[in-house]
Design a binder for this molecule. Sequence first.
Ligand code: 2PG
Length: 246
Amino acid sequence: MTNTLILLRHGQSEWNEKNLFTGWVDVRLTERGRGEAAAAGTLLAESGMLPDVLFTSLLSRAIQTSNLALEAADRMWIPVERSWRLNERHYGALQGLDKAETLQKYGEEQFMEWRRSYNTPPPALDDSNEWSQANDPRYAGIDGDAPRTECLSDVVTRLVPYWESAILPELNSGKTVLVTAHGNSLRALVKHLEGISDEDIAALNIPTGMPLVYEINEDGTPTGAGRYLDPEAAAAGAAAVAAQGK
Ligand SMILES: O=C(O)[C@@H](CO)OP(=O)(O)O
């Protein structure tokens, strides 16, 4: 028996539009992002993929996206669980910086190392920085301290146990599960699901607002690669993410 998992990156955020490194900074959706979120929900309904349960991060752009998508799909009533483990990768001292200026200042190699390497986190963000989340009450419950920076492997480490203990059991109880999260937290989950190597994951970009569907076996493995419900629009969106800063 397999069950359906739908991954959805939030719609365009205010800082996606401004081309700023975002991470855990709690920015909202733009008008375009709200439209993308609603369109994703309409596409789910048209495809007959109605979620039974929702998982989101603690960040407003993912919460807004799931609300708008579920409203469009007439599924606002489904149960929801929110976790910091689905948050975007914490971007450390890059949070709040302009991507194009950072590329200019540090050069392509360093820029891509911070942005897409598996094991190199950016420098840590100082707690006194205006974009720090050190004193944000929503993270008070995290065991140990909230991160001050993360690389993708750190995200895999915090996300996979949650996938196994919280999300997979819902799939295995026969539910269609919607996970609304972020570019890099979804890259971490896709890496885990598809067994993508540390090197190859650098080339994977997730577009905003495009439902990505898997059929999941009981042991948590997918039956095949993920499938975008609108493959052409998803390819264009992923290319735009890859080109950020250039
Ligand atoms: O800024 C960020 O938090 C992420 C996602 O928007 O950007 P990137 O694609 O550069 O990792």
